[in-house]
Design a protein around this ligand. Structure first.
Ligand SMILES: *Cc1c(COP(=O)(O)O)cnc(C)c1O
Length: 407
């Protein structure tokens, strides 16, 4: 909410009575999958300094962990939460290095940049891995996971990416989990861009650990990530890590004993995150957060299709997190001009991360609602007119490739 005595200057003609009154406070909205647009309350929570050893701050850390564990539903008692300084990639690296023994082997299920980054991380860590690379937009399926695990008894762990943020595909983790545990192996999940908006309850889907970070679906600011892991895995993780600062077991151990972070915590970021967690609960938890994002996506996708744009993914795999659109084939379309024109209208969009076709992405997450997504679509329409783009339809080759690979 806007505070009574401070009216932010606004680029937008936002309705002050709406549920999301200009959260960007005059800045452009971030249609990016984290950092993302946060509420004014979250930003204001950072205006105070905290002593990291202080009892009040330790209570904040404990509350943060309790609230995150609550999102796992009834199976949460078998899990513990270990927050860790750094961006999301730091917690992915910490999870892999701490839970995979040095003589372990990981099956990495990749269909985009984050899966590939996890494989690269294992390379740095000197852990053996098998990479299943599905290209840009096909999901790894349970049957092929089962087949690979049957062929290779050395594989101890499987790493799945929940929502692969580079295309926006929502991977079938439930089906993957069944295949992994039927073969007696262990599942680790990078749920960075899905946790908090897509259910991942411990009694519904089996896994040993998941990671996510402060600046995605919980709508905090960047600065730390967290591991939610089975206590049994945390106990067994002792001595596995290649790294002092990324040792999840050591961080857990110190937090258990003292309630403190091992090294300087991002105090302001944590204060902001607690505010974000309270808003998450007030909104109605994971279900309501997911519903708002799906509504954002539906309005965005319908509106962009009306303008002639096409989504990279088939309906079935479209996540409520981020959507990839093909760039129009029209010669007048120029992505960098489109980007600048959208920015002038108050919206920061995201370039594509695909290897083959030209694309761009728009995020549905952050402190934004359907009204804002309608404004995004209207702005995109204006930009096309200014660029003299008559049709936003993608090149036939892009659609043909999608058809061939998806069949
Ligand atoms: C954001 C994200 C990460 C971490 O990226 P950072 O830039 O290090 O925060 C990892 N995996 C997925 C799927 C992500 O969306």
């Amino acid at each position: 909410m806007l505070s009574k005595n401070k009216k932010p200057i606004s680029l937008h003609d936002s309705k002050p009575e709406g549920p999301f009154p200009d959260p960007a406070m005059g800045e452009p909205f971030l249609l990016t999958p984290g950092p993302l647009t946060t509420s004014e309350e979250v930003k204001r929570a950072m205006l105070k300094d905290w002593g990291s050893w202080d009892g009040d701050f330790r209570a904040m850390t404990a509350e943060l962990c309790r609230r995150l564990l609550d999102m796992l539903g009834e199976g949460k008692d078998d899990f513990d939460c270990v927050p860790l300084q750094g961006s999301g990639s730091y917690v992915v690296e910490a999870m892999l290095g701490s839970f995979v023994p040095r003589d372990g082997k990981v099956l990495v299920l990749a269909n985009g940049a984050y899966g590939k980054r996890a494989a690269q991380t294992l390379g740095y860590l000197g852990r053996d891995y098998h990479l299943l690379d599905k290209g840009d937009y096909l999901p790894p399926r349970g049957a092929e996971v089962a087949h690979i695990l049957e062929q290779d008894p050395e594989i101890t762990h499987v790493l799945a990416i929940h929502c692969e943020t580079s295309s926006g595909i929502l991977n079938p983790v439930e089906e993957i989990s069944k295949a992994v545990y039927a073969a007696g192996r262990k599942l680790l999940i990078d749920s960075m861009s899905a946790f908090g908006a897509v259910p991942l309850e411990a009694n519904t889907i089996r896994y040993e650990a998941l990671v996510s970070s402060a600046n995605k679906c919980i709508e905090g600011v960047p600065g730390f990530g967290f591991v939610l892991a089975r206590k049994s895995e945390l106990e067994q993780a002792k001595g596995n890590s290649h790294s002092l600062s990324l040792d999840v077991h050591a961080q857990w151990d110190v937090m258990e004993k003292s309630g403190q972070w091992r090294f300087t915590p991002p105090t302001h970021v944590i204060a902001a995150f607690l505010e974000a967690l309270k808003a998450h609960e007030a909104e109605g938890g994971v279900t309501a957060r997911g519903a708002r994002y799906r509504n954002n996506r539906d309005i965005l996708v319908a509106g962009m299709r009306d303008l002639g744009f096409e989504t990279l993914l088939d309906e079935k795999w479209l996540s409520p997190i981020i959507v990839t659109f093909f760039c129009p084939r029209d010669e007048c379309f120029d992505f960098s001009q489109f980007y600048e024109l959208m920015k002038e209208r108050g919206f920061i969009i995201y370039p594509g991360k695909l290897t083959v076709v030209d694309s761009f992405r728009m995020g549905c997450i952050g402190h934004m609602d359907g009204d804002i997504m309608r404004r995004v679509v209207a702005a995109a329409g204006e930009c096309l007119k200014i660029m003299n783009v008559t049709s936003a339809a993608p090149p036939a080759s892009a659609l043909e490739e999608r058809r061939l690979l998806a069949s």
